[in-house]
Design a protein around this ligand. Structure first.
Ligand code: PRX
Length: 691
């Protein structure tokens, strides 16, 4: 496995920009010396006391190491046993793992067959039909509703039968655009039951983005709701779907769940059906369609370096195993646990840790429809108290925002049910980590900072509650089967030993890894497998410290992370340049104390553009981004400038823009490649005035 440094896009100029950016990003990510050399938090004694907590599945580092070593040295035995133990197979597998990153033909359990909905529903409904599968914590407090495993199974079967009556068959794709209600999970599991591939689109995406995703996946059916609710606001979900469908003549059916029951919802009688009118007429038994372990369970769009979103495809067997194994070991799930993951179902965290992970283990999952500050900042903690949540999983942005509002909101609630509190989506700064640990966890819970991605399917670098001594801000050690490598960004050489910083790569296939990009396998290979041959390239930078702990330093490509939402800078730039007056746009991430990063856009105008009111123009540009991508992609700052720093060949030098917005104009480095150095001075002056 010699590392041949082949860069994304494989052209010298891209290599130059890429590596320049890597070095630049590292300089930003975490000041030198801030990496804490010693593990400072032991496993809370309470977790290891059988009188207080169920005994963790892993209770010592020796046990972790033994299992980890086996997962690498004898993956067939390790994963074969795990797959038989955690999942139900309608046809047992005889093969475990095949294929390589290089060839892009990885498969797991290739001759096995299973059905994801059977694993998430039937086997639990048989054993404990009345156990709660889903608690819906509605937008308005006090209106929670729950569904037992039996109820969920019956409703999933009804919806599955309806989908069959629409003509859907194994391998067809169904788009799901829904608020945070249990019907989203029902829709996903109904697809899985009949072998259809779901494509959930986050309901914060605009009509344009939804249309693009429906067309890319060729979804002929859309499942949605009349309206969504968030923090007391109403979101016109069905109206957005109707807008999107103007561009999607391929969509033949729209199934709409009446969530708010509002009147006047647009309805097209030849295409649309109401859930409450048609689902209850279906038989509540639907024979599950067994699928091959490698058949896709879902695709999920995510942003990358280039403009067009990628439909990341996940397998059924390997994916389900990855999420079940991580809920068991990373969140130390035990029978009767109540898993509170606040992520939206439209992102990978929602797929893996709201739906498939908890339900595959037969525990209870909580769908949180609201926002952390509605009606006040104790909302999360009241929810923990009311439902006796045992595992709580949220994003650093929420932790930082709630920390600012003070401890009283937390202290008024009884959080004694919590055992594991998790963080995901962005690097968590030590201050936020400490607050989470002390104020939310009272020092009695394990804090798991879980590093992973849409493409990894499940947690890949993370502490384990019963054994890992944690350092605030470090995702610590690899999960089973994950072999981490830190590579020199320029040469692709593996950096061995402690105290090294480079790009984070994974060295061998793991069960839950994404298998392809829908309709574009070459892009899968160029994005992940070709930058460093023989490795999966994560797009993140990382440090391994003197104790072997891994610290994630953030993206090294053109992806920015705002409140844990992953956005492509070029996608935002493309939206901005569609505005008639705009000539060029360059987007960079700026540091933000709450959201991690915020979007900062620089635009130049066409010479003939007549703009009298620049304030109005910036508002229009924000609207433009909201319309083309969605509200969560709104730039925080837009600067209209006369010119942008460019190389002599005309390429925008984003490195300079990043430095300028970071207030580091005094260390811009080598400006000899800038064609008009005066442009930089003008920019610095302008940014100083505005930011
Ligand atoms: O940069 C890393 C960051 O989020 C990216 C993946 O985003 P997405 O595919 O949307 O999935 C988010 C939920 C898994 C990564 O490339 N990231 C995720 N978790 C962490 C993180 N950065 C630091 N620490 C984490 N725990």
């Amino acid at each position: 496995q010699a590392a041949l440094p082949v860069t994304p896009g494989q052209t010298p100029i891209e290599k130059q920009v890429f590596t320049e950016q890597v070095v630049d990003q590292f300089a930003h990510a975490r000041p030198e010396g801030e990496v804490d050399p010693k593990p400072i938090h032991s496993v809370p004694a309470r977790l290891l006391d059988p009188a207080q907590c169920p005994t963790p599945h892993i209770t010592s580092m020796e046990q972790y190491r033994t299992m980890y070593d086996q997962s690498l040295n004898d993956p067939d035995t390790f994963w074969g046993n795990m797959a038989r133990d955690l999942l139900h197979w309608s046809r047992p597998f005889t093969q475990i793992t095949n294929g390589t990153f290089e060839d892009g033909d990885v498969s797991w359990f290739a001759d096995g067959e299973l059905n994801a909905s059977v694993n998430c529903l039937d086997r639990h409904a048989q054993r404990h039909p009345d156990r709660i599968a889903i608690i819906h914590e509605a937008d308005e407090p006090g209106q929670a509703r729950s569904y037992t495993y039996k109820e969920l199974l019956l409703e999933v079967c009804r919806v599955a039968n309806l989908l069959i009556s629409f003509g859907l068959r194994k391998g067809n794709t169904v788009a799901i655009y829904m608020p945070m209600i249990p019907q989203a999970a029902i829709a996903m599991l109904a697809c899985a039951r009949i072998g259809c591939i779901h494509s959930v689109v986050f309901a914060g995406f605009s009509a344009d983005s939804l249309a693009e995703r429906i067309l890319d996946a060729n979804s002929a059916v859309v499942i949605t709701a009349d309206e969504g609710r968030r923090g007391g606001r109403v979101i016109p979900t069905k109206r957005i779907v109707d807008d999107a469908l103007k561009k999607c003549p391929n969509v033949k059916r729209v199934l709409t769940f009446a969530h708010t029951g509002a009147t006047g919802i647009p309805f097209n009688p030849t295409r649309d059906v109401w859930w409450h009118e048609v689902v209850s007429r279906q038989r509540p038994y639907c024979a599950p369609v067994p699928v091959n372990a490698e058949d896709p369970l879902f695709l999920l769009y995510t942003s990358g370096s280039t403009g067009k979103p990628k439909g990341v495809v996940h397998s059924t067997g390997g994916y389900l195993l990855g999420v079940a194994a991580t809920v068991k070991y990373v969140f130390d799930a035990h029978d009767g646990d109540i898993f509170g993951c606040t992520a939206d179902v439209g992102w990978i965290t929602g797929h893996s840790y709201l739906v498939y992970g908890p339900l595959s283990l037969g525990i209870t999952t909580v769908f949180f429809e609201s926002v952390p500050t509605y009606p006040d900042a104790s909302r999360y903690w009241k929810m923990v108290e009311d439902h006796k949540i045992t595992q709580f999983y949220t994003a650093p942005t929420a932790i930082r925002a709630l920390r600012r509002l003070g401890d009283d909101w937390v202290n008024q609630c009884d959080l004694s049910s919590l055992r594991v509190i998790g963080s995901v989506g962005e690097p968590i700064n030590p201050e936020a980590w400490n607050w989470y640990n002390e104020v939310v966890g009272h020092g009695r819970c394990a804090v798991v900072d879980t590093y992973w991605q849409t493409e990894t399917g499940a947690n890949v670098i993370t502490p384990l509650p019963g054994c890992t001594r944690t350092k605030p801000g470090s995702a610590t050690f690899p999960f089973f089967g994950i072999e981490v490598a830190i590579l020199d960004a320029h040469t692709g050489q593996e950096l061995e030993g402690p105290d090294v910083t480079g790009v984070l790569a994974l060295k061998r296939p793991w069960p839950a890894m994404a298998r392809t990009i829908a309709g574009d396998h070459p892009r899968y290979l160029t994005t992940y497998m070709h930058p460093y041959r023989g490795y999966y390239f994560s797009g993140d930078g990382a440090t391994r410290d003197a104790d072997g702990y891994i610290w994630i330093r953030g993206r090294v490509d053109d992806v920015i992370n705002v409140s844990g939402h992953r956005l492509s800078t070029s996608e935002i730039e493309s939206a901005l340049v569609l505005y008639p007056a705009v000539a060029e746009a360059a987007v960079v991430g700026a540091h933000d104390d709450v959201t991690g990063q915020s979007i900062c856009a620089f635009v130049t105008l066409k010479p003939q553009a007549k703009v009298d009111d620049t304030i109005q123009l910036t508002r229009d540009l924000v609207l433009q981004v909201r319309k083309i991508i969605g509200p969560f992609a709104s730039p925080k700052a837009i600067m209209i400038v006369d010119d942008l720093p460019k190389t002599r060949s005309g390429k925008i030098i984003r490195r300079i823009l990043r430095k300028v917005v970071a207030g580091e104009a005094d260390s811009l480095g080598d400006l000899s490649t800038v064609s008009e150095p005066a442009v930089v001075q003008t920019l610095v002056k302008m940014v100083n005035e505005k930011l």
